[in-house]
Structures are given as structure tokens and as C-alpha cells.
Design a protein around this ligand. Structure first.
Ligand SMILES: [Zn+2]
Ligand SMILES: [Zn+2]
Length: 397
């Protein structure tokens, strides 16, 4: 039942930039934060989040909920004061811990080991607010949306999401069955980008992988180690008698991901690459998941030199990363390459569709570099009011 008590929403960051998003939802009793990310390199405000009761002063925060493991959502968690519980979906937490342990020798703090695990649909009650994690679809698997309920109000935080991944139908169903939403806080990464790519969905990408595997004996996939759906699609189309190989770290991430995966999205068997395996894989051909770094660089170089007509590298990430030195180095030696990728974020067209289904009373668009004018070009249902909010403003619901 609705009562007179208000819920406050404060976007601490994300109203003017994509990276480093952090949103507060609070009542007179409870104070919760959603995501605590790092800004993207060279994008927007680079100052670390500095929030009274969270990063400084006496602790005044009941919980921090993380939508997924990407750095622009979790990067500044180490600056949160001890004693504030942090929550994440369970598989996502385990993947993040493996990533942190891998980089521990470079000084990375392994904080994900102390994060509380959440299960889909199982609400967490924080004083007078109830937070329910909902399965989403993004380029990080097991990403969450959150439904926050209290005092008769219902707020939906989407986190990063899209309607063109493997869970598109499920997403459509989720939004259709959402019920009344007072405030929807959605990401708007692609509002300023018109999508002109050749591939529209993850399934299109998978089809292309299949086609490439038929043509080439040695196929390298260059992608993010945590883009599990993409890697799984790659592994599903290995010709008989061939193997998919990668390094120990990537194999570990894939094994964690596979533990609770739906049968149809599981990985085909992936082997840990070593020189001893060379005899087994060179003759029949192979597929390899690679990243930047010396060990992969050497293998890619070797095969392009030895078998230039039978080797290809698939670049399967955002094109902006091509200029990073480590990426550029490996792309420079891949004489035969193709870009096959779709965004992890919702298109403007799909965003309009989702808002139409949910039909929230109020709308906030964050995680975007779109300005007010760009946001005003979105077609909204007549009852939905787009709120003009800036970082650190407080909105009452
Ligand atoms: Zn993300
Ligand atoms: Zn993001």
C-alpha cells in the first residue's frame, strides 16, 4: 500500500557520461547504492566518487548492489568503507573474483571474495526497501536489473542491457510482466550512436562464426575474456576432429560461467593450450580464443606466417579498443582479419519499444553521453515523464 513516505533517488554519477555510474535510492530509514563504477578512459568526470557515509566519514549506507562485473560499474568498490555489505549475482561474483585473482600480481585488490551472492528473483530486504534481482541480457553474463519496492512505490533500474542477445524473448516477457512502475532508470549508451553494423543480433554473429569456421583451418577469436555468450557461440561450431583452445585463465572463467548455464548456451569443450598439444591441433586445425599479451601474440604470428591462406582472426569487440597498444600490436600481424560484433547495449529503437511496454510514470536515462536535446528525441508514451536530472540532484518519488 502506498503511504506518504517518499523515496529519494540521487544519481551520483552517470547523467553526463557512460562510465562510472552510481545511483542512490533512500528513505528516511534505508540508504542503498546501485553500482560503484570507474569512469571510462578520457570520458566525462574522472574524479573518484566521494560520498559522505560511503567513502568518507561515519558509515551511513546499508548496502551496495552491483548490476554486473564490468569496470564502469564496479571499479571504485575498493573505496567503499568497510562494514557496508556489497551484493552481486552469484556467477557474476565468481567470475569477477577470478579476474581479480588473475591480476593480483599486478596489484589488483581481490575484493569480490567478500561480496554477498544473490539469486535471481530472491529479494533482499533492506529496512523499508525490498530489492529484487532480475535476470538481464548484456555482454557480461548474469547481469542484473533491480526492482526496488517500498511505501507502495516501485522503481526499476535496468543496468546495462539489450534486446538483441540470446535472452531477447525472456527480456520481452520480463518487461511485459513488470507491472506498474513509478520510476524507470534506464541506460542510454547508444542514444548518440546510430547503429550501422552488418550484424543485428548475437545470433547473426554466431552464424558468421559458423561460416568462417567452414572456410578457415586456423581461426583466432579476439574478444573480452568475460564475453561468455560470444565465446560460447564460437565454441559451438567447431568442426568434427578439431579443438577449441585457450589459456588457463580463460579456461577457468569459462568453467565458472558454465556451472549454472542453460543447456543450449553451454560451451563446447575447451582445452588448455600448451606446446605439447601442438601435434594434436596443428594437423586437423583449431580455433583459439585470444587476448592481447605475448603468449597469444607469438602463436598468432606463427600461424599467419606458416599458413597465411588458412588463417583468420575475428575481431569481436567494440571498434574503439582497436587503437589500444596491446590490441593494435596483435591486429597488425593478423594479415587476414574480419570484425564481427554487436553491442552489449540497447539500441535507441529497442529502448523506445521497452519504455512503451513498461510505460513508467517517470523516466531517468543514465549511463549515457547524450545531452538533454538527444534525450528529447526519444518517443515516449504520453503518460511517461522524462525527468531532467543532473549528477547529485535529488528526486522524490
Ligand atoms: Zn556493462
Ligand atoms: Zn556499463
Amino acid at each position: 500500500m502506498s503511504d506518504d513516505k517518499k523515496i529519494r533517488v540521487i544519481p551520483h554519477r552517470g547523467m553526463r557520461q557512460i562510465g562510472g555510474v552510481c545511483t542512490e535510492i533512500a528513505t528516511d530509514e534505508a540508504r542503498i547504492l546501485f553500482d560503484f563504477g570507474s569512469p571510462l578512459e578520457d570520458e566525462g568526470d574522472q574524479k573518484p566518487l566521494n560520498i559522505e557515509g560511503v567513502t568518507r566519514g561515519e558509515v551511513d549506507c546499508d548496502a551496495v548492489f552491483l548490476t554486473h562485473y564490468h569496470g564502469d560499474h564496479v571499479g571504485e568498490v575498493p573505496s567503499i568503507k568497510a562494514g557496508i555489505p556489497v551484493y552481486m549475482q552469484k556467477t557474476a561474483r565468481r567470475i569477477l573474483q577470478a579476474q581479480q585473482e588473475h591480476k593480483e600480481c599486478l596489484g589488483e585488490v581481490v575484493w569480490a571474495s567478500g561480496v554477498k551472492e544473490m539469486e535471481y528473483g530472491v529479494p533482499v530486504i533492506i529496512k523499508d526497501l525490498t530489492v529484487t534481482p532480475i535476470e538481464s541480457d548484456h555482454s557480461a553474463i548474469d547481469s542484473l536489473m533491480f526492482l526496488v519496492e517500498g511505501h507502495g512505490k516501485r522503481i526499476l533500474l535496468t543496468g546495462d542491457y539489450r534486446m538483441h542477445g540470446y535472452h531477447a524473448e525472456k527480456m520481452e516477457e520480463t518487461f511485459s510482466n513488470m507491472g506498474h512502475i513509478d520510476l524507470m532508470i534506464t541506460e542510454g549508451t547508444n542514444l548518440t550512436k546510430e547503429y550501422k553494423g552488418e550484424y543485428k543480433t548475437e545470433k547473426d554473429v554466431e552464424e558468421k562464426f559458423k561460416e568462417i569456421k567452414k572456410k578457415y583451418k586456423y581461426v583466432f577469436l579476439f574478444t573480452s575474456s568475460s564475453n561468455i555468450d560470444r565465446i560460447a557461440a564460437f565454441t559451438r561450431h567447431v568442426p568434427r576432429g578439431q579443438y577449441v583452445v585457450t589459456d588457463e585463465y580463460q579456461k577457468k572463467i569459462l568453467e565458472i560461467a558454465d556451472e549454472n548455464r542453460e543447456e543450449e548456451l553451454k560451451l563446447h569443450k575447451v582445452l588448455y593450450y600448451s606446446r605439447y598439444l601442438e601435434d594434436k591441433i596443428e594437423k586437423p586445425g583449431f580455433s583459439m580464443v585470444v587476448r592481447s599479451g605475448d603468449s597469444f601474440y607469438d602463436i598468432v604470428k606463427e600461424y599467419f606466417e606458416k599458413y597465411p591462406d588458412e588463417t583468420i582472426l575475428i575481431y569481436s569487440m567494440w571498434s574503439g579498443y582497436k587503437k589500444l597498444p596491446g590490441v593494435k600490436r596483435i591486429l597488425d600481424i593478423a594479415k587476414n582479419q574480419i570484425s564481427v560484433h554487436v553491442s552489449g547495449h540497447i539500441t535507441k529503437e529497442d529502448l523506445e519499444h521497452v519504455i512503451k511496454i513498461v510505460e513508467p510514470d517517470k523516466l531517468i536515462i543514465n549511463h549515457t553521453s547524450a545531452n538533454k536535446r538527444d534525450k528529447n528525441t526519444i518517443l515516449l508514451p504520453t503518460k511517461t515523464k522524462l525527468l531532467k536530472v543532473d549528477d547529485t540532484d535529488s528526486v522524490q518519488i
